[in-house]
Every structure is written in structure tokens, then in C-alpha cells.
Unconditional design. Structure first.
Length: 346
């Protein structure tokens, strides 16, 4: 398979690129290299003849058309997006332009290429989204593929809009699309503005570990390499027009997650005091969703996929990776907004 991956220098996208190349697929990585992208994420495949990098912005339709014409992909894995909720609160315009207009450009470029190629039945456009489009859950229940959309942040609203565009292009134009909505990802190469890297990096530096509110918000955590495997499974065997919820089956409160990370650090990199002593409760984020939880029954029963990594295993691997790859994350600390509390403007 010749696979065009957008956002392939980002966190999840790079995991897809690495796994797809390892599985023998030809991969074209389209990435604009914005603040959260890092070519070191795909350095392990950079010299592989199966891998090609194209620096381009999905908001640039001319560039996207050129890449389709040059590489003639069999499938598209669309991951490029602005994804940090706090940044979307402070500056929603980038999220509207990238996540909505960028997805529109990708759909139109894919549709034009697909039509020119004679509308091959095996072409696929796989759009990767988030469970945040479904809004916030109470203490019980789970998101299914039939859950109504109710986004609460500029980020999740922009992703919800892009999901609707993908569905509309399938219904109106017949474009063979797949859509997946995932829970919170974590693991190697996670950009150091997200919760788990922030906890690890601040703890190692002896700085306060910020926890929003009381830390009672619940998330389902999905190890990023499991997610990459699920995405390629959906692409290969999913039914066009279907959506698939991908979860890690690992629900935990934020405060408990932070304590788990601190315990791993106490074991691997002991300090004078337990790292949990650094936990500091800070003002909560505006519109902070209380709980996300995914019902993964469809992908399990239809495609035979389920996660292979437990949260305890994944956190141990992740903490160890950050300890062993300090040069990678330290080089990113000077990037715009990293280490600064964002999302307070509301």
C-alpha cells in the first residue's frame, strides 16, 4: 500500500509512519512542521526507501494537489491537526483554519485525485478524530459511535466540524471514507505541553506538578503504539462509511494518573523526597470536560482489535523513554508556549 500520512512528524502521526514502514508499506509523510512537529520522531525511517517526506501545509490546496499527483497514494491517513485544548482557548483561529479548512482541502484534493484515477473501489480516506467531539460524560456510561456530538472547546468543536465534512463527502460524493475517534494518547515522542510529559519533566526538574482543579477529571488512556496499530487495522479492514471508536480500556482520574507517574519516577530516578510532594493544584481549565470513556465494542467485534498495553505497562515504558531520551524533549522546551500555562483567557 502507498499511504499518504498527514501530520506524520507529530506524536500520533509519527507512530503511524514508523509502524507502516515496518509493515512494508510505502509512506509519504506530509507535514508543515509547525511547533508540535519534530522530524526526530521519524528519524528511524528517514533513510528507508519506503519513506518520503513532503513539507507542506494542508491549508495550501495547490501544494496538496501536487503531492497527490506526484505520489498517487492508495490511501490517506489524515492526522494533521491543531490538538492542544489550552491553545485553542487562547487562539481558536488556528484550529478553525487547520482542522476545518485544512480537512476540506484534503477531502477536495482526495476527491479530485480519486475521480481522475477512475474512482478505484479500494481507495480510502481515513480521518482521525477524538472522543472529545462527544462532549463530557457523567460518572457512568461510555461513548459509542452513535453518541450525539456535543463539543465544549474550540478544539473539539473544530474536530467535530471536520468529522461532519468527512461524512458529508462520503454521502454526497461517494468518497470511500473511514473515521475513527480515539481516547487520550500517551507514550514516546509526546510533545512536552501535554499532561503526562509535563508531569515527568517538571518532576525531574523539581518544579511544581500542575494539576487542574481537584484532578478528578477522568480520561481513558491509549498507548500511542497501540493506537497506530488500530488505525492501520481500520484502514485495511474497516468498512467504508463506518466510524470506529478506539479506546485504551484504561480509565483513571487525572490525580491518580499523576500519582502513578510519580511512583514510577520514585523507582527509576529517586529524589530526596517523593515526587508526589511536587503536586500542586491550579485553577481549572475553562469548560474542562469531566469524563471521557469509550465503548470499543465495534472495533473489537468487527475488526478483532483491542489494546495490548495496560496503563501500568504503558506508563512504565513512557517514563523510561523520557528518562532515556532527555536530549529529544529538552530541545523542545524553548518552543512557543511550552512550559507556560495556557488557556486562561476565558
Amino acid at each position: 500500500m502507498k499511504l499518504l500520512v498527514t501530520g506524520g512528524a507529530g506524536f500520533i502521526g509519527s507512530a503511524v509512519v514508523r509502524l507502516a514502514v515496518a509493515q512494508g508499506h510505502r509512506v509519504i509523510n506530509l507535514d508543515a512542521l509547525t511547533y508540535a512537529a519534530c522530524l526526530e520522531n521519524v528519524a528511524s525511517v528517514a533513510g528507508d526507501p519506503l519513506y518520503t517526506f513532503e513539507q507542506a501545509d494542508i491549508r495550501d490546496r495547490t501544494a496538496v494537489d501536487r503531492i497527490f499527483a506526484t505520489h498517487a497514494p492508495d490511501a490517506v491517513m489524515h492526522l494533521a491537526a491543531e490538538s492542544h485544548v489550552d491553545r485553542s482557548i487562547d487562539g481558536p483561529a488556528d484550529f478553525i483554519e487547520t482542522n476545518i479548512t485544512g480537512t476540506f482541502n484534503m477531502l477536495e484534493a482526495a476527491r479530485a485525485f480519486w475521480a481522475t484515477a477512475g474512482k478505484p473501489a479500494d481507495f480510502r480516506f481515513h480521518h482521525i478524530s477524538t472522543d472529545e467531539v462527544f462532549g463530557s460524560l457523567g460518572p457512568t456510561g461510555q461513548f459509542t459511535e452513535a453518541t450525539p456530538y456535543a463539543p465544549n472547546s474550540p478544539y473539539s468543536a473544530s474536530k467535530a466540524a471536520s468529522d461532519h465534512l468527512v461524512r458529508a463527502w462520503a454521502e454526497t460524493y461517494g468518497l470511500p471514507v473511514l473515521l475513527s475517534n480515539c481516547s487520550n494518547n500517551y507514550g514516546p515522542y509526546h510533545f512536552p505541553e501535554k499532561l503526562i510529559p509535563v508531569v515527568i519533566i517538571n518532576a525531574l526538574a523539581g518544579r511544581p506538578i500542575p494539576v487542574y482543579g481537584q484532578g478528578k477529571n477522568v480520561r481513558d488512556w491509549l498507548y500511542v503504539e497501540d493506537h497506530a496499530d488500530a488505525l492501520l487495522t481500520v484502514l485495511r479492514t474497516g468498512t467504508p462509511g463506518r466510524s470506529y471508536n478506539i479506546g485504551g480500556e484504561n480509565e483513571v482520574r487525572n490525580i491518580d494518573l499523576v500519582h502513578m507517574i510519580c511512583a514510577h519516577l520514585d523507582s527509576m530516578r529517586p529524589a530526596a523526597r517523593p515526587h508526589a510532594n511536587l503536586i500542586t493544584h491550579v485553577t481549572d481549565r475553562p469548560g474542562h470536560d469531566a469524563r471521557y470513556a469509550i465503548d470499543p465494542a465495534r472495533i473489537r467485534t468487527e475488526l478483532g482489535w483491542r489494546p495490548s498495553v495496560t496503563l501500568e505497562q504503558g506508563l512504565e515504558r513512557t517514563v523510561r523513554w523520557y528518562l532515556d531520551n532527555e536530549a529529544w524533549w529538552r530541545a523542545l522546551l524553548s518552543r512557543n508556549g511550552v512550559g507556560t500555562r495556557l488557556g486562561n483567557t476565558a
